[in-house]
Design a protein around this ligand. Sequence first.
Ligand SMILES: [Zn+2]
Length: 235
Amino acid sequence: MGTGNLLSRPVRGITDILSSLIDWLFPPQCLICGKIPDAAPFLCESCYRACSVFDDCPDSGAHHEDKPANRVCVMFTFDEYIQKLVHQLKYRDMPYIGTFLGQRVGKYYQHHDIANCDALVPIPLNAVRKRERTYNQSSYIARGIASVWGIPVEERLLKRCRNTRTQTRLNRDERRENIRDAFVLRNKKQIPERVCLIDDVFTTGATTMEAARTLKRSGVRMVHILTLATPRKNQ
Ligand SMILES: [Zn+2]
């Protein structure tokens, strides 16, 4: 046994006592229902199981005549459970929710065609939003998926070259126009052959399709899109 172990033992003991004390004073709660979290440090088993799996291709490019994406998959319906988790992930400084959900997505699609890729690329936030949030939620979802698939996350490959208006109040055509040419590739020398784009919420798909278009134009042979949730119903 090394000296390091002997010295670190009492320190670890004190940390353990302190964290037990904090847990006793402020017991951890499920972010959705407030019960004891037993599926993750922030989620209980019953809420974890209640998140409805959508598992479909809501819009695999039917509205995009140039078919920028080879495959589009969405894991969850954007129901009240997922909505709460995504909200905390985006606005409450809890990036580990992204990694946790990403791992679940990764396991679900592990043996699916969509997992046949060389790199995961999270959809980048625009500069203003990144400053407000300090991190990109899609990067953490991508990291969770990557830990299961064993492939790298290329966070710097794609870049937003201009800030766009918020897409919330725009219709499908306006969204597509608003996001047109909003992305560029940072590194044009080392381009992966097959990329899976990762995003949190899939609405009309305008943003992810534009990102896919940019990758294809730059020489990426195959582009898949995998997103956490969609508010749309099965079609
Ligand atoms: Zn719960």
